[in-house]
Design a protein around this ligand. Sequence first.
Ligand SMILES: Nc1ncnc2c1ncn2[C@@H]1O[C@H](COP(=O)(O)OP(=O)(O)OP(=O)(O)O)[C@@H](O)[C@H]1O
Ligand SMILES: Cc1ncsc1CCO
Length: 276
Amino acid sequence: MTNQERTIDNLLQIKQSIKFKKNLIHCITNPISINDCANMVLAVGAKPIMAEHPLEVSEITAVSKSLGVNLGNITDNRMKSMLISGKIAFEKKIPQVIDLVGVGCSKLRLDYARKYISECHPSVIKGNMSEIKAICGIKSNSKGIDVGACDIVTEQNSNEIIELLKALSIQTDSVIAATGAVDIITNGTHTYLITNGCEMLSMITGTGCMLTALIASYISSGNILDATVLAITLMGICGELSQHVKGTGSFRTELIDNMFSISDDMIIKKIRYKLK
Ligand SMILES: Nc1ncnc2c1ncn2[C@@H]1O[C@H](COP(=O)(O)OP(=O)(O)OP(=O)(O)O)[C@@H](O)[C@H]1O
Ligand SMILES: Cc1ncsc1CCO
């Protein structure tokens, strides 16, 4: 087996291991895309629970196989709940991912994300490049919750960005996932660059949130780096397979359908990544 074949085989094994297990995945997320997030978790064979009341989340996280928290459309209640759940997950060694939605445009969210990371030690920190730059304390150019044009990964800046992400990974002891046309995932030692995906993924709301729900589903396998790579390649490939539709409404449906039905052969045929 070549290294590439071994990597892909690993990803397919994680996918298969989650498919029929119905692992309980606790997601605390925004109302804009909450339904799509729950459906993505179901599409890959896990079981979502979207509880967010501060008085019940600790018992729910404690019986879940992983936790996903998302800062989109933040409220006082969810700020409370996410910290309660994040601390329980850390104590009980339950894998967890934080999606840094909006930290590039809101000081409230940026300060909160820093507090969350230092107190809850998430296994994965995920955001678009503007959000990741903001968390690193570097001036970012986000456009609301979206990446700013100056922050997009290019051939010219990719090495500099990889070093930034590796340093953040080492500092936080988390896997870092920076998403966009090129997705970069690193654990400080191994770095994956994934070029699957299509522009339509940025033309419906919540694909980043759905991706976080997928990462949460797959990290319940315990293999944090590979699970993150798997979730991101699947989102990219399923986006590509869904592009033939008439418009963005059907794209959203097709994306969930493809996530449910994609075959191993299709993943092997379509996957595009570099390991650095
Ligand atoms: N222009 C693009 N080309 C290819 N893939 C893309 C593009 N934009 C986004 N993606 C893919 O879409 C998914 C979501 O990434 P994105 O960076 O848009 O997240 P986000 O900004 O957090 O999204 P959202 O705010 O919609 O939740 C990732 O899988 C990423 O690879
Ligand atoms: C549009 C929007 N606003 C806050 S969260 C969200 C969904 C995509 O992140």
